[in-house]
Design a protein around this ligand. Structure first.
Ligand SMILES: Cc1cc2nc3c(=O)[nH]c(=O)nc-3n(C[C@H](O)[C@H](O)[C@H](O)COP(=O)(O)OP(=O)(O)OC[C@H]3O[C@@H](n4cnc5c(N)ncnc54)[C@H](O)[C@@H]3O)c2cc1C
Length: 448
């Protein structure tokens, strides 16, 4: 039997393993003999869709209600799950090594293991890029994992509670002479993640106050400042999306500092190249991504300057026909576009669907097709009732700006499509209804 191994059960990898397991593995629905073995490897036991992490950080999403157990998904969809971190590849022997897994107390839970493959798909995503800015890694929080998002949320609540009970300090003023808020969150990087977080946090400050967790005035005492080195926010999106978003953020009271390159993050302060010192009780770093370090250390596979594996348009790595890569960890050409395929959930999803089809051809020994990314536009969520974005489509022959509730609905449907890819449409509908019902008995923001 052909042995597929998918490493990384994120937006792309989990969809691919699920579909391969459904097609080739042994499932309860289809009792016939499996025609290939499919193994998914992830360092964590559970999956959460990464674009939800800013909502987790703001407390508007409880991660424990959205997590999916890999072991259960494997049982339902005919694949095997192995928990462990990829630490090495022996390409000649077609073998990967997974590191030891320890429990919370540091005791060994699973030993180092070796797994053999015929086809290996690497889908291990990306991590935050601090660009070597002094103090950034030590003094700011990144949003790569549920643990980091939860840590930020708890620190924010603690900062608000502390500020309420501390004797008011003499009023401090920012570089423009404006009175500074009692608690200030600085977000470095005004790409989609930074922008979405800033809007979500506005809502959080209000809800925390409504539930009595602090008695600060949420719009006056809790400040959010978004710092961007480029001339405008959302630099990767069309200018009109950026200006519509700027207007909405300003209405929400988010302060935007564009054209300000951060040169240092120290405890309590973010410094910029123009000499500004922005007071920050909490700093979030959302200024860029790079691929995990391990990819640069693997048995001769080639990487670009961000450490992403360079893949051909078949998504095979440059040097090895048996090793594929998808999602944020892969650098794939996008014909007609200077940049490669962007690091987005949309791209990871398309690549997973593409690889699912091309794996069938590989098993039949047919030549592999080439991947072409189709940009359907980008949507940026601005809290509970709004989103902004551009929809691109063959139908309208260009790009269309969308805003408000409709945009929000489209944004939410992206996650619903991911759920449908994992569980099918019937379960996605049930999950959506269950989610709405659950929300009626929960506060709008996680309080502890
Ligand atoms: C806060 C936030 C908001 C975002 N919002 C959007 C959005 O609105 N729209 C959009 O299109 N994109 C968005 N993105 C980007 C999107 O999340 C990524 O592009 C997408 O998740 C990439 O999918 P992936 O499968 O490549 O990797 P991921 O989804 O990151 O999955 C990688 C998986 O690999 C596992 N892993 C990592 N290293 C190892 C290892 N060594 N061994 C084993 N397993 C490993 C991880 O545990 C994880 O499960 C957002 C990202 C963030 C952080």
């Amino acid at each position: 039997m052909h042995r597929f191994i998918v490493v990384g059960g994120g937006a792309g990898g989990l969809e691919l393993a699920t579909r391969l397991g459904d097609r080739y593995g042994e499932t309860r629905a289809k009792r016939g003999r499996p025609t290939a073995s499919v193994t998914l490897v992830d360092r964590n036991p559970t999956h959460i869709w990464k674009p939800l992490l800013h909502e987790v950080a703001a407390g508007s999403m409880d991660p424990f209600t959205q997590e999916l157990e890999y072991a259960a998904q494997a049982r339902w969809h005919g694949f095997e799950f192995q928990q462990g971190e990829l630490v090495g590849i022996d390409r000649a022997a077609r073998r990967i090594t997974l590191g030891v897994v320890n429990d919370e107390d540091g005791a060994e839970l699973l030993p180092e293991r070796v797994l053999d493959y015929d086809t290996l798909v690497l889908a291990i995503g990306s991590t935050t890029h601090f660009f070597g800015v002094p103090g950034a890694a030590e003094n700011s929080i990144a949003l790569d994992t549920v643990g980091q998002a939860e840590r930020f949320r708890k620190k924010l609540i603690a900062a608000c509670m502390r500020a309420e009970h501390q004797a008011p300090e003499p009023v401090t003023r920012d570089h423009e002479g404006k009175e500074e808020p009692r608690v200030q969150v600085a977000i470095v990087g005004a790409g989609a993640t930074g922008v979405e977080l800033s809007a979500e946090l506005r809502n959080t400050a209000q809800v925390l106050s409504a539930y009595g967790l602090h008695k600060l005035d949420p719009s006056h005492d809790v400040g959010i400042v978004l710092i961007e080195s480029g001339p405008r926010i959302l630099p990767a999106l069309p200018e009109r999306v950026s200006s519509a978003t700027t207007e909405l953020l300003e209405k929400l009271g988010v302060r935007i500092l564009s054209g300000e390159r951060v040169t240092e993050v120290a405890p309590g302060v973010v410094r910029t190249a123009s000499g500004k010192a922005v007071r920050a009780d909490l700093t979030v770093w959302a200024a860029g991504i790079k691929a995990p370090q391990i990819l640069s250390e693997l048995d001769g596979l080639t990487v670009n300057r961000l450490g992403q594996l360079i893949v051909r348009r078949t998504l095979q790595t440059e040097l090895d026909d048996n090793v594929f890569a998808l999602g944020d960890c892969a650098a794939c050409e996008w014909p007609g576009n200077e940049r490669g395929v962007p690091p987005r959930a949309q791209a990871a999803h398309q690549e997973a669907s593409f690889l699912f089809r091309s794996m069938g051809m590989r098993l039949e020994g047919r030549p592999l097709p080439e991947f072409t990314y189709r940009d359907f536009g980008s949507l940026v969520s601005l809290g509970h009732f709004s989103a902004v974005g551009n929809l691109m489509g063959g139908l309208i022959g260009g790009s269309m700006l969308i805003e408000g509730l409709f945009a929000r609905f489209m944004y939410m449907s992206l996650y619903r499509l991911h759920i449908a890819a994992l569980h099918g449409y019937a379960r996605m509908v049930l999950d959506t209804v269950a989610h709405w019902l659950r929300r009626t008995t929960l506060p709008r923001v996680k309080l502890h």
